[in-house]
Design a protein around this ligand. Structure first.
Ligand SMILES: N[C@@H](CCC(=O)N[C@@H](CS)C(=O)NCC(=O)O)C(=O)O
Length: 215
């Protein structure tokens, strides 16, 4: 296949946001499903830091940060207008994504995995995550998405991590007083958009042709 190659892992929220952005364009890529404990040499050769997603372009340029992959895809073809907002709003989106990728993701990891470490109080970390949920809940008041009535770059970048937070303790998450977040997340999880990026693929092996993903 002569098209960009995307090393991806189905359940990784970073890979999910990259797939969501690619699916929002008219680009197609060769998807290679990675198992994190058995990463392919071909991926490590081009991106030794060993995280997914990794995108290898036709000219061999490598993009190995999920947000950069989203930017790359939307710069090519922002078919759904994920970035059709004023400059001011785009700045606000970026800082919300920074908050999600930074303090929120740190709290989420500590809450999700912290029980393996006595030094981490998972209830504090959960509380920090909950503060971010309350902020999103406020933003979602009276509108379907974070920046209005249209799914945006920020929704695509942040929803996979809210899903991960929700799945640590579903019963608890779904009983909290953040109805707007719950509606936003549920409609995303039920969407054809989300289902289309969650197809299961077998682990890619060197001899395999990758799977066509996208348009
Ligand atoms: N900053 C990177 C983070 C990507 C990342 O941490 N991905 C995880 C999977 S969700 C990973 O590949 N971890 C490496 C490993 O577990 O070996 C990005 O945005 O792409």
């Amino acid at each position: 296949m002569n098209q960009p190659i995307l090393y991806s892992f189905r359940r990784c929220p970073y890979a999910m946001r990259a797939r969501l952005a690619i699916a929002a364009t008219d680009i197609s890529v060769e998807l290679r499903e990675v198992i994190l404990r058995d990463k392919p040499d071909e991926m490590l050769e081009v991106s030794p830091k060993g995280t997914v997603p990794v995108l290898v372009l036709e000219d061999k340029a490598v993009i190995d940060e999920s947000r950069d992959i989203m930017e790359w895809a939307l710069a090519k073809a922002d078919k759904l207008g994920w970035k059709s907002f004023s400059g001011e709003v785009l700045v606000d989106m970026d800082s919300l994504i920074d908050e999600s990728d930074g303090p929120f993701k740190a709290a989420l990891d500590a809450y999700k995995y912290g029980s393996r470490d006595d030094a981490i109080d998972t209830s504090i970390e959960c509380g920090l995550g909950a503060e971010f949920m309350m902020k999103l809940n406020g933003m979602l008041e009276g509108q379907a998405y974070l920046f209005g009535d249209k799914f945006s770059f920020a929704d695509g970048a942040i929803l996979p991590f809210v899903r991960q937070f929700a799945h640590v303790d579903r019963e608890w998450f779904w009983s909290q007083d953040w109805p707007n977040v719950i509606t936003w997340l549920e409609s995303f999880l039920d969407s054809a958009q989300f289902k289309s990026i969650m197809t299961k693929y077998p682990q890619w092996k060197t001899e395999d042709a990758g799977v066509k993903f996208g348009a």
